[in-house]
Write a protein that binds this ligand. Structure first.
Ligand code: SF4
Length: 342
């Protein structure tokens, strides 16, 4: 006999109340049950005599009370954008850090990155803030400012030792994400990029549901041009659609390799089915552009330097600016590149 799995919860159910665990009943719900998660659970006339009555009566009711607090925290942030991927290894965090740097080229705008990948936070290293710890003020946790107009917040800042393995499970993991959203004082900001864990894991759902309730502009979905990645990213796009998250567009990362010496471009991830651009067209979502792989991006991230300052004329730099411009159009934000002659 095939092993049986518990029926999965619907995306809508999880998103509508991410932190509330399903009420554990001791008996099946009777015919006229008002719903164990409903406001009247355990107190309705039809609950009289039900073996679950005590459990249902004491279960938490209504929407998560922290959602208004999260909304308040983000009230000064004009645009909130999720960066998603269907799988790990597509360079999502690197892309997020590059996108933040691209927007931060405009000295008059303030940009933030929220690193919610709590099991493998890599943003602090990429932003040159690895040794930082959390700053606490009267108004909450302050982001670490890696540039005058670029702030970062990551779980890593809370760890005593950066090499510690982070093992969070279930409610603790979600609680931490909630605390992140609730306690960080982002202040006034033009754009907050939220680097989310890949796939549709627990923490991914938590981040999406909390931010969705507090208002987000949408999601930038990152893929690489090869078939395996494109298959996974379609699941992510399906998730966004089911969850009601607007898809701002698809980015083809590592789309070609640029030799740092001769700047010749070659393909590493073969786009056998046309890559991200064709997929975006097929799915009817905007294609934000392709970003070639340049080993100097990795080096800049390793040293926590701005790739834009070091290699302003590289093909990847131009491609990233073009993607940033497309994202800006999607969310109605002006993209300003001071080095542009336009
Ligand atoms: S106590 Fe009421 S809400 Fe809970 S299972 Fe029984 S009938 Fe449903």
């Amino acid at each position: 006999m095939a092993p049986s799995l518990e029926e999965p919860e619907s995306i809508q159910d999880v998103l509508s109340n991410p932190m509330k665990a399903k009420t554990q009943l001791v008996a099946p719900e009777p015919e006229h049950c008002p719903g164990p998660e409903s406001e009247r659970a355990g107190t309705a006339d039809s609950c009289a005599g039900c073996p679950n009555q005590k459990i249902c009566a004491s279960a938490p009711k209504g929407p998560d009370p922290d959602i208004p607090l999260i909304s308040q925290r983000l009230a000064g942030v004009k645009h909130r954008v999720l960066v998603l991927s269907g799988k790990g290894g597509v360079g999502k965090s690197t892309f997020t850090s590059m996108l933040a740097h691209a927007f931060a080229l405009n000295p008059d705008s303030t940009i933030g990155i929220m690193d919610t990948d709590i099991c493998g936070p890599s943003i602090p290293k990429m932003m040159g803030a690895e040794a930082e710890t959390i700053h606490v003020s009267n108004s909450g946790w302050s982001p670490v400012w890696v540039m005058d107009n670029l702030g970062v917040m990551s779980i890593q800042f809370m760890l005593p030792n950066k090499d510690d393995a982070i093992i969070w499970r279930g409610p603790k993991k979600n609680g931490l994400i909630k605390q992140f959203l609730k306690d960080v004082d982002w202040g006034d900001m033009d754009l907050l990029l939220v680097d989310t864990p890949p796939g549709t894991s627990d923490e991914h759902l938590s981040v999406n549901s909390f931010l969705k309730a507090s208002g987000i502009d949408g999601a930038v979905v990152v893929t690489t041009p090869n078939e395996v990645s494109l298959l996974d990213v379609q699941k992510e796009i399906d998730f966004c659609r089911k969850a009601g998250i607007k898809i701002l567009g698809l980015v083809d990362n590592m789309s070609g390799f640029v030799c740092p010496k001769c700047t010749h471009q070659s393909q590493i991830f073969e786009a056998t089915t046309g890559g991200g651009e064709t997929l975006a067209k097929d799915l009817g979502i905007p294609f934000l552009g392709g970003v070639p792989l340049d080993p100097r991006i990795g080096m800049a991230c390793d040293y926590g330097e701005s790739y834009f300052d070091s290699f302003p004329d590289s093909p990847a730099c131009k491609a990233l600016k073009s993607v940033a411009r497309s994202v800006a159009v999607q969310i109605g934000l002006e993209f300003v590149d001071p080095s542009s002659e336009d």
